[in-house]
Design a protein around this ligand. Structure first.
Ligand code: NAP
Ligand code: G4F
Length: 326
């Protein structure tokens, strides 16, 4: 039975990945932080097979201990402060967790592997946010990073540190440069879920309007369930490498609003949406679109769900969940 350790297991991707690996027969260990984290119970309820271990990405001693207990064949480092807007307000914390946390995980993994570096494979959750003010369209593995947020800067550090461990210690360390991916498990502070929840609540008469920031921003949005499959495929390769994971299509926040409101039969949403400057960022990423041809040819990966179906699925989920509360 292969063994996997997942950091960030209580997050959107962590849950989908844990389900995928349990389904493949893995023994799964998940790092959960904090003394009294309510997500611990939620995780246990959703996937009872997971072994929950306490630790924090900022505490390397906890990671070394967890590594010794889990004895993983594969390590998936998904833990991060992941909300871009929040990263300006807490730039040092973001750097500690999202940048230095990667170094801590790499070092704990290297120490655990000892002389036999081939005994463990490492996945780093890199991000299209690294491309920021994009230097070419579409973005691919070789595109120059130009991060526009403390989060993006932290991800660039983690990305290159992963490459450095691969080159310095011959570790099987791969990095997935994932473009935005969403699901009904997405945190309500991200724009897709914020919109799907609000649209459901407006339809049910629970909310009157929705305040947003930049409606012109455009993202390459895919389904999280498809993207965790790409993570697993990367670690099954004989050689470690970096891969862009994306759909190749970009949509604006306006398109997202069109699809979400039309899913509940509202064609003109202008009366429901207002602009609030508090949701504008000091520097936004205007447009991202990825070229995942390397992942498609080497990993045999391709996205299974298009953007409109994804938005419809999220709205349908929120209608059901919010409706059940009535
Ligand atoms: P998410 O839902 O925000 O989950 C983040 C996870 O990190 C949570 O489990 C959180 O734990 C954990 N975490 C935060 N601080 C920690 C700390 N100090 N020590 C240990 N764990 C900590 O993020 P996601 O959407 O699943 O994304 C997974 C990873 O992929 C992240 O690294 C993210 O930056 C990256 N990424 C995401 C996307 C995307 O579109 N979703 C795209 C590219 C890259 P709590 O539950 O306790 O808060
Ligand atoms: O949903 P978002 O917060 O996602 P963002 O900033 O693209 O980051 C997500 O994707 C990254 C991959 O590129 C991940 F690495 C990262 O961890 C995270 O998962 O915002 C998307 C766009 C932005 O341009 C933002 O300005 O939507 C715009 N937006 C407009 N109004 C809003 C809002 N975003 C949020 N969160 N809330 C708003 O009210």
């Amino acid at each position: 039975m292969p063994r996997a350790l997942i950091t960030g297991i209580t997050g959107q991707d962590g849950l989908y990945l844990a389900e995928l690996l349990v389904g493949k027969g893995y023994e799964v260990f998940g790092l959960v932080r904090g003394q009294n984290n309510p997500k611990r119970e939620l995780l246990h309820r959703i996937i009872p097979q997971v072994h929950i271990l306490t630790g924090d990405l900022t505490d390397v001693s906890s990671l070394i201990r967890v590594m010794g207990i889990a004895q993983p064949d594969e390590v998936y480092n998904l833990g991060a402060v992941s909300l871009v807007a929040y990263s300006w307000e807490n730039a040092a914390l973001t750097s500690d967790v999202t940048a230095l946390g990667v170094l801590n995980m790499l070092e704990a993994t290297r120490l655990y592997a000892g002389r036999d570096v081939s005994k463990v494979r490492f996945y780093q959750a890199s991000s299209s946010e690294m491309f920021g003010k994009a230097q070419e369209v579409p973005q691919k593995e070789t595109t120059l990073p130009w991060p526009r947020s403390p989060y993006g800067v932290a991800k660039v550090y983690g990305h290159y540190m992963t490459i450095n461990y691969r080159e310095s210690y011959a570790m099987h360390a791969s990095s997935g440069i994932l473009f935005n991916h969403e699901s009904p498990r997405r945190g309500p502070e991200f724009v897709t879920r914020k919109i799907s929840l609000a649209v459901a609540r407006i339809k049910l008469g629970l909310q009157r309007d929705l305040a947003l920031g930049n409606l012109e921003a455009s993202r390459d949005w895919g389904f999280a369930g498809d993207y965790v499959d790409a993570m697993w495929r990367m670690l099954q390769q004989p050689q470690p490498d970096d891969y862009v994971i994306a759909t190749g299509k970009s949509h604006s926040v306006r398109d997202l609003l069109d699809f979400a409101f039309s899913a509940v039969g509202i064609d003109d949403w202008s009366g429901y949406v207002k602009m609030d400057p508090k949701f504008l960022r000091p520097a936004d990423v205007e447009m991202l679109v990825g070229d995942s041809s390397k992942a498609r040819s080497v990993l045999g990966w391709k996205p299974q769900m298009d953007f409109r179906s994804l938005v419809q699925m999220m709205v349908a989920h929120d209608l059901k969940e919010q409706g059940a509360r009535l």
